[in-house]
Design a protein around this ligand. Structure first.
Ligand SMILES: Cc1cc2nc3c(=O)[nH]c(=O)nc-3n(C[C@H](O)[C@H](O)[C@H](O)COP(=O)(O)OP(=O)(O)OC[C@H]3O[C@@H](n4cnc5c(N)ncnc54)[C@H](O)[C@@H]3O)c2cc1C
Length: 542
């Protein structure tokens, strides 16, 4: 078995783990980050996309509100490539509690969140889609944040200091020597190959899986799981983040992200870190609540629904098992297992928000450094991160992308018409994986391939063909890659089958099931290269 040694191993390639890797690297430690899948496949890729001003928590959770406003300002400064300064509005309507705005304003003042009152007329001049029935409206410094770009920025910066990150490496065992954790066994989730990493300290930044990973060292960390669903509408109904000005509830937020508008969310107690179910009532509720502030939106075209699981942790002495869901504070916890359990070499960090990932990392790394006797202070708030390569390959804003396309700055055939992904971009993204395996879903995260209205109906097969020739895949491998991609895309459309999206899915089904015969190809092994080539050719011709 291959063995590697590092100063600190970080488990979890979400925002918290990536921020911890960067922090460790800046403090001069050689760190390694591992994730069981790709970066952002946990909660950090299954979230709303809101860089909180803290306003959402000002009415009931002052600690989180304060953390958010401070970290909001820092992330804007150090990762401008990942943040779109949309601004945010808190909007009260006649059906919301009339006494809430005063309480909320007081919370904002105490947390240091600037909340500027607007008249309903001013607000509607800026956002004409807003309801005419506004009883109070305030502007706050919310923004939207792309977690993929942020995490890539953090990882690339850490690599420039000599640290590294490996994806598709699951920690399947934590190695203990007496009262110390001294390393981990990793398993490649694609090949099953195992290797050992020795580390003087391990940071467990696995979000909702934090209890599972701590359990590998025989330690008990009880996480509460709160599942939330979100829906992407196919256009930006609003260009500013719109929050309901009422006590936090289901369907309170509309976030313009890239080319879409994300509506959400719900809070359902569950018992699994990867429970991504979406129940029909959640879709109905989210659309109905969004329709109160943006009338007509529930009749718009909903592209895709997905769910994420919030890891909620409060020390046992705080919860005594009595609170759950929205009642649990959204601040984070760092557990020093040396102090709590007498087991050195392991620090767990969980809870919190994506907005506060840098602060969470700072506090976890402080504890790791104390265990290691390292005195270098955190400096992650001081310097602007370099723009990651992945961010410069993508063009989130439709007008930017159209401009580049029309002015010949995006040469090559269009592979994904919805998201304007070209063949050279796809080939460059595949090449960036070097010798490592790459799935079409990895390329989706890199380029937004297949994320538009047709949900891979047209681009999926073209991309599979390009992947096949770039990687010299067998026909069977190419068909399996396409099957996995299309299945995953269709999964997110299924909760939204009405109107345009129902027609779209039916067309996609006809393409994949009838023209390509994908189901039959997946069943018949091996598929013939000629059949795949002919089918690919047929769809590419339109
Ligand atoms: C519905 C919803 C909406 C949200 N909206 C917002 C928002 O708008 N703004 C905001 O700031 N926050 C939001 N949040 C909260 C935010 O998304 C999370 O707090 C944040 O993403 C957590 O990041 P993390 O890195 O701690 O965990 P994760 O992103 O979950 O990362 C943990 C990683 O650990 C990996 N892992 C697990 N087990 C292992 C193992 N054994 N070996 C290797 N790797 C492993 C997983 O694959 C995963 O990638 C939302 C959360 C939810 C659920």
């Amino acid at each position: 078995m291959i063995t590697t040694s590092v100063d600190v191993l970080v488990i979890g390639g979400g925002a918290t783990g990536a921020a911890a890797l960067y922090d460790l690297a800046r403090r001069g430690l050689r760190a390694l980050l591992v994730d069981q899948l790709d970066f952002t496949t946990g909660t950090s890729g299954r979230y709303h996309g809101l860089l909180h001003s803290g306003g959402r928590y000002a009415g009931h959770d002052l600690e989180t509100a304060q953390e958010c406003i401070v970290e909001n300002q820092i992330l804007r400064r150090i990762a401008p490539f990942a943040v779109e300064d949309t601004g945010g509005l808190f909007v009260a309507t006649p059906v919301d509690p009339a006494d809430f705005p005063a309480r909320w304003l007081d919370g904002c003042a105490r947390a240091g969140i600037p909340a500027e009152p607007l008249t309903p007329t001013q607000a509607r001049a800026e956002e004409p889609a807003l309801t005419p029935h506004i009883t109070a409206v305030y502007r706050v410094p919310d923004a939207s944040v792309d977690s993929f770009d942020l995490i890539h920025g953090l990882v690339e910066a850490a690599r420039s200091y000599g640290s590294d990150a490996w994806i598709y490496q699951r920690v399947v065992a934590l190695l203990r020597e007496g009262d110390a954790v001294i390393g981990a066994t990793l398993e490649d989730t694609r090949t099953g190959e195992r290797r050992t990493v020795h580390a003087a300290c391990i940071i467990n930044a696995t979000g909702p899986w934090a209890g599972v990973v701590a359990g590998l060292a025989g330690l008990d960390v009880k996480i509460l799981f709160s599942r939330g669903a979100m829906i992407a509408m196919n256009t930006r109904w609003v260009n500013t983040i719109v929050n309901r000005l009422r006590p936090a509830d289901d369907g309170d937020i509309l976030v313009p992200v890239g080319t879409v508008c994300v509506l959400g969310t719900t809070s359902v107690t569950t018992d699994r870190p990867d429970d991504y179910r979406i129940e029909p009532w959640e879709v109905t509720k989210i659309l109905a609540e969004a329709d109160v502030v943006v009338p007509g939106i529930r009749h718009g075209r909903a592209l895709r629904a997905w769910a994420g699981v919030r890891p909620l942790y409060e020390p046992p002495e705080v919860t005594r098992g009595e609170v759950e869901g929205r009642a649990v504070k959204r601040t984070f916890s760092v557990i020093d297992h040396a102090e709590r359990d007498g087991v050195r070499g392991l620090v767990t960090v969980t809870g919190g928000k994506l907005t506060t990932c840098r602060l969470m990392a700072e506090k976890a790394v402080d504890v790791a450094c104390a265990q290691l006797g390292v005195r270098t202070p955190c400096s992650t708030a001081d310097e602007v991160l370099p723009i990651p390569a992945a961010a410069s390959r993508r063009y989130h804003r439709l007008d930017h992308r159209l401009h580049r396309l029309e002015h010949g700055e995006l040469p090559g055939a269009l592979i994904c018409e919805c998201e304007l992904v070209t063949r050279p971009q796809l080939e460059a993204a595949i090449a960036a994986y070097g010798e490592q395996p790459v799935a079409l879903d990895d390329l989706r995260r890199d380029l937004r391939l297949g994320m538009g209205p047709c949900q891979a109906g047209f681009c999926g097969v073209r991309a599979a063909g390009i992947l096949q020739s770039a990687r010299k895949l067998s026909a069977e491998q190419a068909v399996r890659a396409l099957g996995a991609f299309v299945d995953e895309r269709f999964r997110g459309v299924r909760p939204l089958l009405w109107g345009h999206q129902l027609r779209q899915l039916y067309l996609d089904e006809l393409i994949y099931r009838r023209i390509l015969g994908l189901d039959a190809l997946l069943e018949s092994t091996p598929a013939t290269p000629a059949a795949v080539a002919a089918a690919t050719e047929e769809v590419s011709r339109g």
